[in-house]
Design a protein around this ligand. Structure first.
Ligand SMILES: [Zn+2]
Length: 713
């Protein structure tokens, strides 16, 4: 976890946009694939028909509308067939068409969600937004459809195989959570509220996406401390001013390297006021409508409702988990704060506090002097193209996969690349890489589902949407190490969706697992970006071609430990904000006041005055009360990682077992069970606690030697 990680991770790791649409707005139901063959479970060895990639033919706005409407029409037809069945309800005549309806509605939902976030043409994005609302409405209505629920409930499960039984039981539970068993008037209110919440969420996201702010600097001297390639790529404009934006490739280097505290402060304030004031009212409305919805569904609060189907089971456990994290981080982050303050005082003897805009800058200086690590020395080893090839080749090697670039693929922007995933002579998925910023594009990092794979029906497709340096002629695209970590993280989601996307039913395929497990495979893959053996295969100096020295990686790992408690303390704060906005009646929520009350309880840093961080905290829409899921998943990821051979992470043996027992299983069993099958025991906190305590900052090759110490997490 890099120096930049605290602000970085929460904003960049928003996972699985499609998963969010599915789990939040349509959580309510499960999803289901269409059916070609009566008994899919029995047909698992049949080859999956390979349709062309979803973007084939480069649809314009009318074309995209036809595509999404077509998916919804197919879904509606399948539901009609389901409802017309006479006689005994069976898996074949009822769950299969339900599955088909869900799969096609979900295709529409995923694809609209992606295109509204990435298409360069705002008219296409606008159509995609309409289609997102249409598909969400379809799914929300389906979740409240009593006729469909009764039909599914009437299926005789006695002869069903265990996987099918699990899929149907999960479906029925999700129907009940969506409110299908309420009276008709209540169901109508629920449906209206859900539709309204889709629109509110879109407004919230759009305000964040479209508010790209800049600050103007008078001269290059204001960029003192920044790397030469950064200064070069930010020349003065016609008015003599240098414009620096709040987008990641501009923002993070300034926070880490700019000597001018004033420049850092100005940029951070703009960053933290993204979508302010526009989103203040939108957020209040979102919280109020969700509270109302939770009440209609028979829950005390939205937090209670939204944790019911998670591994953690309820919001009380979330609060206890957050408190545990606070206990683990507060003392240590306060000690770290004292180290910062001491260093700040060397520059300014009168300083009494460390400000948030000082944190990354001084973190770099401390790591440089006390840990002998300078992040700027690492950047030349991470030119974008090499990193991309490295992520692809290392994951391909350990998992026995081949990624084939699709030449002349239809893509929504010329910078986007498309790939097929092959295993032996079988194509098992496709993905798109959309990795550089452009106006109007989603400005964090995420894996977007496109088609959830279902064995025998459709192969999985997904897209990585990130905002990395590079992609411009003449620019080597030197990445921060934190970006390399993000790349591996998001690719972990992508692999989960591709490798897990071969179950017989859609509601248990791909990333359709408990939400608080979703971030475990992705956070575990971050470790690959910290491993000298892995890094040496691709991290090569862009000028000399020299691989990154092992001893530099070792210093980087040791330096990384400094600031870790603070980083996790911020994650804990974000988890608390997310919970506390949703765990009480909405009329008691003043988002500024709760933020101000929580901040000093979790971190020693003074709040940044006149900022409203919550307006651009995109997770408050997609994750609502459950930001804790990142930390919960992190605990599990550290435990799973402890089973890997740290001296050879690319070794296929353990990776294959991990794939077979965990990510390759999709959501076909409870996550705790899959993890148990991999670990040979239940997961626990030990690896996480050790990692946080810094027992693992040693690198594998220069490690401490015996025992657990040789297995850094
Ligand atoms: Zn993630």
């Amino acid at each position: 976890m890099g120096a930049l990680e605290a602000p970085h991770r929460f904003v960049t790791s928003r996972p699985v946009k499609g998963g969010f649409v599915r789990l939040v707005q349509a959580r309510t139901l499960a999803f289901a694939p269409m059916i070609l063959i009566a008994s899919l479970a029995l047909a698992a060895d049949a080859a999956t028909p390979v349709a062309p990639p979803f973007w084939s033919g480069n649809p314009d706005s009318a074309g995209f509308r036809a595509l999404a409407d077509g998916e919804l029409k197919t879904a509606g037809d399948a539901l009609d067939r389901l409802l017309q069945v006479k006689g005994a309800r069976t898996v074949e005549n009822t769950f299969a068409p339900y599955n088909e309806a869900l799969l096609h509605a979900d295709n529409a939902s995923y694809q609209s969600g992606l295109i509204e976030a990435v298409h360069p043409d705002s008219t296409v994005r606008a159509v995609a937004e309409e289609e997102t609302r249409a598909s969400s409405k379809f799914l929300n209505d389906l979740g409240l459809n009593r006729g469909v629920y009764d039909a599914l409930n009437a299926i005789n499960l006695k002869s069903a195989d265990p996987t099918t039984r699990y899929a149907i039981e999960k479906t029925l539970r999700d129907f009940r959570l969506s409110g299908v068993d309420k009276d008709e008037a209540t169901r109508k209110k629920i449906a209206a509220l859900r539709d309204e919440l889709v629109q509110i969420g879109q407004d919230f996201d759009k305000n964040i996406r479209n508010d790209s702010r800049t600050i103007q600097l008078d001269s290059a001297a204001d960029l003192d401390g920044l790397p030469e390639d950064y200064v070069k790529s930010h020349p003065a404009g016609a008015d003599g001013k240098i414009s620096i934006s709040i987008e990641y490739p501009d923002f993070f280097p300034v926070m880490s390297y700019a000597k001018s505290a004033d420049v850092r402060k100005r940029l951070l304030k703009e960053f933290m006021n993204r979508a302010y004031p526009a989103n203040m009212a939108v957020l209040d409305k979102m919280i109020a409508k969700r509270y109302e919805l939770a009440q209609l569904l028979g829950f005390k609060t939205w937090a209670e409702y939204s944790t019911r189907d998670k591994m953690i089971e309820n919001d009380k456990n979330v609060a206890a988990f957050i408190e545990r994290l606070r206990g683990l981080t507060l003392k240590r982050s306060t000690e770290e704060y004292a180290v910062y303050l001491k260093r700040v005082r060397e520059d300014d003897p009168a300083a009494t506090v460390v400000n948030q805009w000082d944190r990354h800058y001084y973190g770099e200086l401390i790591r440089k002097r006390d840990y002998n690590f300078d992040a700027q020395q690492a950047r030349p080893y991470f030119p974008f193209e090499e990193v991309k090839q490295g992520v692809l080749s290392s994951t391909a090697k350990m998992l026995g996969l081949t990624y084939k670039r699709i030449e002349n693929a239809a893509v929504w922007d010329p910078s986007v690349e498309a790939y097929e995933v092959w295993e032996g002579d079988k194509m098992i998925g496709r993905f798109f890489l959309d990795l550089h910023p452009r106006p109007g594009k989603y400005n964090h990092a995420a894996n977007f589902g496109i088609r959830n794979g279902v064995e025998g029906i459709q192969i999985p497709e997904a897209a990585l949407v990130c905002n990395f340096a590079g992609g411009k002629p003449g620019d080597p695209g030197l990445m921060e190490h934190g970006d390399v970590v993000t790349f591996f993280h998001e690719f972990g989601h992508l692999l989960h969706s591709v490798l897990g996307g071969h179950e017989p039913w859609e509601n248990i395929s791909g990333i359709s697992t408990e939400w608080d497990f979703v971030e475990a495979p992705s956070q575990m893959l971050e470790e690959w970006a910290w491993n000298p053996g892995v890094l040496q295969t691709f991290a090569k100096n862009y000028q000399t071609g020299e691989p990154i020295p092992v001893e530099m990686v070792e210093r980087m790992r040791k330096a990384d430990w400094f600031g870790r408690a603070t980083s996790i303390a911020y994650q804990t704060l974000y988890s608390a904000i997310s919970l506390d906005y949703y765990n009480r009646p909405s009329k008691e929520v003043n988002t500024d006041a709760i933020l101000h009350e929580l901040e000093p309880k979790y971190t020693p840093y003074p709040p940044v005055p006149d900022t409203h961080f919550q307006t651009a905290f995109g997770h408050l829409d997609g994750y609502s009360a459950i930001y804790y899921t990142y930390m919960w998943s992190l605990v599990i990821s550290k435990d799973m990682f402890s089973k890997f051979d740290q001296s050879d992470l690319l070794n296929p043996a353990i990776a294959t077992r991990y794939r077979d027992t965990v990510i390759g299983q999709g959501g076909s069993a409870p996550a705790a069970k899959l993890v148990h099958n991999f670990l040979g025991r239940d997961y626990d906190f030990r690896s996480f606690d050790n990692w946080l305590a810094g027992e693992s900052q040693q690198s594998p090759k220069g490690g401490k030697g015996a025992g657990g110490a040789s297995a850094p997490r």
